[in-house]
Design a protein around this ligand. Structure first.
Ligand code: ADP
Ligand code: MG
Length: 441
C-alpha cells in the first residue's frame, strides 16, 4: 500500500520530493488505525515529520478511509513482507503523459466498470472519444463524490490521444485553472494564459462547482468556453451538482452548460459494486474471491466507489501484515469499522442519542413541545428511525417523545419516508446514523 499512498501523494507534493524523501520509507506496522513508517535514518524522520506527515495522513485517510495515526520511526522495525501473495504488487507508477495533458494513464475505459448507474455518462464519453466531437458539446457530467467522474474524463482523454496523437488534450481542475489565472494576473501574463487555454482541442474541466462564487475565474472560464466552443472544440465538464444547482454562478455560464448533453452518474448497485471491486482487485494483482467482493459490496455502508477502493487497499494490507488469506472473516476484521453489524442490538436510547449527537440537540428538546424546524426535523428523523429499525408501535414512539399521539408520529414517519427516495440530504443523514449505530463494534 505504500506505493498506493505515494501515488496519491503526487497530487499534493512534488515528484522530486516524493522520490528523495518518501520512496525510501516503508510501512513498518499497521495495527488498526496506528500506522508506523520506518525511515532509513533520523534526517529522513525529521523531514518527514516536519514537512510531509500531514500530507501522508491525509492520503492514508483518503485511501484507507480511516482516521490514521501515523508515526515515523528510524530503522529498527523489520521490513514488511512484500512478497506475500496477498500484498499489493509494487504498483505501476502513474504515467502522466509527457505532453502536458495532465492525464493519468491509470484511468482508462478498460478498467472502468460500465453499468446501469453510469451507463448514460459512459456511453456519451465513449461517443466523444470516438471523435464525434460536436455531437455532445459541452458534455456535462454530474454525480456525487467518488462515483467515477474524474476517471471517465481521463479515460476520454487517454482514448483520444491514442487515436489522435496530435490533438491537444488538457485535463484541468477548476482549482488549478483558478490558481493558474491568479499567477498569470500577478505576473502580468494574462495573454499567455488566455492563449494557452484557447488553443486546446479537447478541454476536460473537472469539478466546475468550485468556481462558484469566484467571479474573476468564472469570467475567464466563460471566455475560454466561448472561444473553444466557437472553434468547435470539445469541452467536457464535471460537477457534483446539476448546472442549475450550482450556487453563485452566472446564469449565462450555467445555461451554456445545457447547450450540449447533461449526463448523470448514480451510485452503483450491489452488483455493480461487486464488479468494480473484482476489476480493481485484478488491476492490483489481488486474488479476491467473488464471495468476499460480494460481502464487501453488501455490507459496507457507502455509495462512494473511492471508499470501496480504500476498503480493498485496507483488506490487502491486513492480509499481508497478518499473513492471512482473503476471506470473509478477514474482511470482517479489516473493515470492522465500516461493516454493518446486522445482528447488533440497538436500543431506542441508542437511536435517540445518535440523532441528538448528529443534530447537536438535546433529548429534552426532542421531548418538548417545541416546533421550530431545528427541533422538529431531528424529532421526525428519530421517529422514523425508531419505526424502521426497531419496529416500535406508533404509541411506543409517541411515548418516547413526551406522549405524542399516534397520528402525530404517523405524520412524522410518513413525511420522512416520503422524502427518503429523492432527498439526498435525508439519505445522507440516515446512512450516517446507520453507520454510527451499526458499524461500531
Ligand atoms: P469522482 O471524480 O466522481 O469523485 P473518481 O473518478 O475520482 O470519482 O473515482 C473514485 C475512484 O473510484 C477512482 O479510483 C476510480 O478509479 C474508481 N471508480 C469509480 N467508478 C468506477 C467504475 N465504474 N469502475 C471502476 N472504477 C471506478
Ligand atoms: Mg473527481
Amino acid at each position: 500500500i505504500w506505493e498506493e499512498v505515494l501515488k496519491n501523494l503526487q497530487s499534493e507534493l512534488d515528484e522530486s520530493e516524493i522520490k528523495t524523501w518518501l520512496e525510501p520509507l516503508t510501512i513498518a506496522e499497521l495495527r488498526g488505525d496506528m500506522i508506523t513508517l520506518s525511515a532509513p535514518n533520523k534526517f529522513y524522520k525529521k523531514w518527514t515529520d516536519d514537512k510531509f506527515l500531514k500530507h501522508i495522513k491525509k492520503v492514508f485517510n483518503n485511501t484507507l478511509g480511516i482516521d490514521a495515526d501515523v508515526t515515523v520511526v528510524v530503522g529498527g522495525v523489520k521490513k514488511p513482507h512484500t512478497q506475500e501473495a496477498a500484498s499489493v504488487p509494487a504498483g505501476a507508477p502513474v504515467y502522466v503523459h509527457k505532453n502536458g495533458s495532465g492525464l493519468n494513464r491509470d484511468y482508462t475505459f478498460a478498467n472502468f466498470v460500465a453499468g446501469g448507474s453510469n451507463e448514460f455518462s459512459f456511453s456519451a464519453c465513449e461517443a466523444v472519444s470516438e471523435g464525434q466531437f460536436m455531437q455532445y458539446n459541452p458534455l456535462f457530467i454530474y454525480g456525487g463524490s467518488g462515483l467515477g467522474k474524474t476517471h471517465l474524463m481521463h479515460a476520454v482523454g487517454n482514448r483520444i490521444l491514442e487515436k489522435f496523437p496530435k490533438m491537444k488534450v488538457l485535463y484541468i481542475t477548476s482549482e488549478t485553472f483558478t490558481n493558474d489565472m491568479i499567477n498569470s494576473l500577478r505576473t502580468r501574463k494574462m495573454e499567455e494564459f488566455q492563449a494557452r487555454y484557447r488553443t486546446i482541442d479537447v478541454l476536460l474541466f473537472d469539478d466546475v462547482q468550485f468556481l462558484s462564487g469566484k467571479q474573476r475565474s468564472t469570467e475567464e472560464f466563460f471566455n475560454t468556453f466561448n472561444a473553444l466552443y466557437d472553434n468547435q472544440k470539445q469541452i467536457i465538464i464535471t460537477s457534483d451538482k446539476t448546472p442549475a444547482e450550482i450556487p453563485d454562478m452566472e446564469d449565462r455560464l450555467k445555461s451554456r452548460f445545457a447547450w450540449g448533453l447533461i449526463a448523470d452518474i448514480q451510485p452503483p448497485s450491489t452488483e455493480e459494486k461487486t464488479a468494480i471491486l473484482m476489476k480493481r482487485a485484478e488491476f492490483m494483482g489481488l486474488k479476491l474471491p467473488g464471495e468476499v467482493a460480494l460481502f464487501i459490496a453488501e455490507n459496507m455502508i457507502t455509495e462512494n466507489v473511492r471508499e470501496l477502493m480504500g476498503a480493498l487497499v485496507r483488506l490487502s494490507a491486513f492480509a499481508s501484515f497478518h499473513k492471512r488469506g482473503l476471506t470473509i472473516d478477514l474482511a470482517k476484521d479489516a473493515l470492522d469499522k465500516f461493516i454493518v453489524k446486522k445482528d447488533k442490538m440497538v436500543s431506542s436510547d441508542d437511536i435517540v442519542n445518535a440523532v441528538c449527537k448528529y443534530f447537536n440537540v438535546k433529548m429534552a428538546d426532542l421531548r418538548s413541545k417545541k416546533r421550530t424546524k431545528s427541533i422538529s426535523f431531528p424529532r421526525q428523523i428519530a421517529m422514523y428511525m425508531l419505526r424502521e429499525k426497531l419496529n416500535l408501535s406508533l404509541q411506543e414512539v409517541g411515548s418516547i417523545f413526551g406522549g405524542r399521539d399516534h397520528s402525530t408520529v404517523l405524520h412524522a414517519v410518513n413525511s420522512i419516508a416520503g422524502k427518503h427516495e429523492e432527498s439526498k440530504e435525508i439519505q445522507l443523514i440516515i446512512s450516517t446514523l446507520e453507520k454510527d449505530l451499526y458499524c461500531q463494534s
